[in-house]
Write a protein that binds this ligand. Sequence first.
Ligand SMILES: Cc1cc2nc3c(=O)[nH]c(=O)nc-3n(C[C@H](O)[C@H](O)[C@H](O)COP(=O)(O)O)c2cc1C
Length: 200
Amino acid sequence: MWEKPVSHGEILKNIWKNLDLGTLQRRHPFHTPVFGTVCDNQPDLRMVVLRRFWRRPPQLAFHSHNGSPKIKHIKANPNVYYLFYHPEEKLQVRIRGKATVHLGDELAEEQWQSTELFSRRCYIGEAPTQPSKKPTSGLPEDLIDREPTREESEIGRANFVVVTSTVEEIDCLEMNVRGHRRSLFTWNEAGELETKWLTP
Ligand SMILES: Cc1cc2nc3c(=O)[nH]c(=O)nc-3n(C[C@H](O)[C@H](O)[C@H](O)COP(=O)(O)O)c2cc1C
């Protein structure tokens, strides 16, 4: 088995560290998790970029276009899932929570201000997942090869949403040749943390 016993506290500390790094470092594996929603009882998954992580109470956030299908899913059913994997640490983290869509509020404004002009292009163009007769970037023609001006970028503000998620449960699997280890962290309705060990 593992060299030394470990507490749930130490495992959680490592998860928090990786989530912090995921928001800060573009090349960190936690920067681009898989995000799952439910649509008419069917799971739907896609990659997103982790933009914010708060520890108390734990919450995660990414940016999106208000017209994208995942936003409709969340409004119909706020139950969501994040999946992270760190290949060097062989660490899988699955996070279940409830999502909220922020449009035009204080958080959306804060995140919009921290979004680079180049990235703001995503919100100027058409919403994702629209049918097109030909291959398309969805961007206005004259913005395909250049950064928008600050004034042009403001068109995107109306489409820009921040999706935050609570953290209700974390299922953590650490893989090791000498035996895997699996831990479960559940926050009850009073916000208290309950912990368990699971077979991997
Ligand atoms: C590496 C990577 C990062 C992505 N980040 C985001 C993101 O932060 N927000 C987002 O809305 N879509 C992001 N996308 C695009 C989505 O995965 C998805 O294709 C798009 O949002 C449409 O999803 P939907 O139809 O489920 O709403 C990303 C895709 C990749 C490959």
